[in-house]
Design a protein around this ligand. Structure first.
Ligand SMILES: [Zn+2]
Length: 570
């Protein structure tokens, strides 16, 4: 899939590098063109990331850092208004960006992938100057913008967006019947791969209009509420969508195809489904799972976060993505994940993994969002745990414990879950599975399900529609539980190893010595031990303590399905 585009891309890279080098001269803050010679899209995909990650590129730093020309403003709204030409494989149009200045200044940073042209940037009738530096576009104003004031600029652009990165970037494809099938998926490379925006995670617009002109006969499904369509009289129709909530840049999406539509309702919540005509019957059967999924998550966390925008599932040829209120779906209308028993313990075949996982992101990822890609476990660890909650709600506790423990075999423990901040780094896959196992462990640490359900419900409600970091999670948990869970979070998130419960038996005395072996010197976590039918809770720390037990070494169990830990018996 990548091969066919590779030489075209190399040629583009060469041209762009000349441009980057030329355009950055004379700006002290931007000098260091040599580091621009390894753009992110030349690097291998995430799955091939070596243990010691390569030094961040200049592009990574410009995209990942919340630099001075980002911190000086606060996004209010976008109106993305574009035309997509399937024949030319091109896009053109503008994004009207409304923002409030937080400090006086004459420059802001926006982002647009170097493969795309900046046509002009207008501030009212004034054409603004700008400087491109890899993916960044520094926009300069002729006079000072004042703190507290709101401003709008119109950023015109055009070109051939790249099909790239793990999820495809912007893809001009065809459906099996030969109709255009065009879609975006850009969480890793960033939304600026196809449209100009402030491409970072910390700041989100409050709302967004998406206007997409496409050839008559095709359908565009984007995020938010469908507002209407207008025949432009030139063979194109403009589709209008309105997002009435904060939205991550990477969630903003186009799905253009020969879609048919059917709808349903869950209480007041409109459910809309868009699939290829040949898949309509299968979809009508498979997508009934959406209702049970929403009911399960509403049970644990409260109302679906994007009520006014509705919930949509949109068929795509890749596996799926959590695009806000327009979740994309490519799981072949079968249960499990791409036909497999995903956690290998017989539970996954009972439900459609993509519907359950990607829609879980509406609560964690889209509503509660991480403020830096480094802390993406807030999206993926939580959403993987939401799968477990869905299983518990739908199939019972026993299946849920089986399901979450099925994830243990996928944990690698090679890199910490939290990646380096400020460089648009991708955390390791452990953020999903180990993240969910950490949350299952914390439930056991609480040892009071009623309090656990209240805690995760209130945690979600407290942080919904916000962008947070791990420190916010830990602080909230500590406050609400009156426990010091910091060393527990730190051990699982900032170190590679999970804690080991060391047990030394002295059968002659009828005692066992116990302690945690962990990287965090203050690591302390209660755990259930002894007899499976009658657990006893001990409070190990990293210092040896002694417990009297009538149990022999081989009879003494540890509840390792409730806590993600190693056990060493001597
Ligand atoms: Zn996910």
């Amino acid at each position: 899939m990548f091969g066919s585009n590779f030489s075209r891309r190399l040629a583009q890279v060469a041209v762009l590098l000349l441009f980057v080098a030329a355009s950055t001269s004379g700006h002290a803050a931007l000098q260091n063109p040599s580091s621009a010679f390894s753009p992110a899209w030349q690097r291998p995909p995430a799955s091939a990331t070596p243990l010691a990650p390569a030094a961040p590129t200049r592009a990574d730093i410009l995209r990942g850092a919340y630099g001075p020309y980002r911190v000086n403003n606060d996004l209010l709204s976008y109106h993305l208004d574009i035309r997509v030409d399937p024949e030319q494989q091109s896009i053109s149009g503008k994004n009207s960006i409304r923002f409030k200045m937080l400090a006086d200044g004459t420059r802001i940073q926006l982002d647009l992938h170097p493969a795309l042209n900046v046509d002009k940037i207008l501030f009212g009738a004034t054409t603004l100057q700008y400087v491109r530096d890899s993916g960044a576009v520094f926009v300069d104003f002729p006079e000072t913008l004042h703190a507290g004031q709101e401003y709008t600029i119109d950023f015109y652009y055009s070109g051939h967006p790249l099909q790239t990165a793990r999820f495809g970037g912007f893809t001009f494809g065809k459906d099996p019947a030969g109709h255009p099938w065009i879609y975006t998926a850009c969480e890793d490379i960033g939304a600026s791969v196809w449209w100009p925006n402030k491409d970072q995670w910390r700041d989100e617009v409050e709302n967004m209009q998406i206007s997409v002109a496409i050839p008559n006969g095709l359908v565009d499904v984007s995020n938010g509420k469908f507002v209407g369509k207008t025949d432009l009289g030139d063979g194109y129709t403009r589709w209008e969508w309105l997002v009435q909530y904060p939205i991550n840049n990477y969630d903003v999406s186009l799905n253009i195809g020969n879609y048919v539509h059917f709808s349903d309702q869950l209480g007041d919540l409109p459910l809309d489904f868009y699939v290829l005509p040949e898949d309509l019957d299968k979809a009508k059967k498979q997508f009934v799972q959406a209702k049970g999924m929403i009911e399960a998550y509403q049970h644990y966390f409260g109302e679906y976060p994007f009520q006014k925008d509705g919930y949509k599932l949109v068929e795509v040829p890749y596996s799926g993505m959590e695009h806000q209120s327009a979740v994309t779906y490519g799981n072949h209308f079968t249960n499990g994940y791409l036909g497999r028993d995903w956690t290998g313990v017989g539970v996954s075949p009972k439900f459609d993994f993509i519907i359950i996982h990607e829609s879980g992101h509406e609560w964690f990822g889209n509503s509660v969002s991480a403020a830096d890609r480094s802390d993406m476990w807030i999206h993926e660890g939580w959403t993987t745990y939401l799968e477990v909650l869905y299983v518990e709600y739908t199939f019972g506790h026993e299946d849920a414990i089986k399901y979450v423990n099925g994830y243990k075999s996928k944990v690698q423990n090679r890199e910490p879950i939290i990646a380096e901040r400020g460089i648009a780094a991708t955390p390791p896959q452990d953020m999903y599975f180990k993240g969910a196992l950490l949350l299952n462990t914390l439930r056991s640490v609480m040892n009071d399900d009623a309090r656990w359900w209240a805690l995760i419900h209130d945690f979600y409600q407290h942080f919904k529609y916000q962008n947070i970091m791990t420190e916010d999670v830990v602080q909230y948990f500590n406050q609400q539980t009156a426990m010091n869970l910091t060393p527990v979070f730190d051990q699982y998130l900032h170190h590679t190893a999970i804690p080991t419960l060391e047990l030394r038996f002295n059968e002659a005395d009828g005692t066992v010595d116990y302690r945690w072996q962990a990287d965090e010197p203050d690591f302390a976590m209660p755990i259930r031990v002894g007899k499976k039918t009658d657990w006893q809770i001990i409070q190990p720390t990293t210092y040896w303590q002694t417990l009297k037990t009538p149990l022999q070494k081989n009879e003494f169990d540890v509840a390792t399905d409730l806590y993600f830990v190693n056990v060493s018996k001597q």
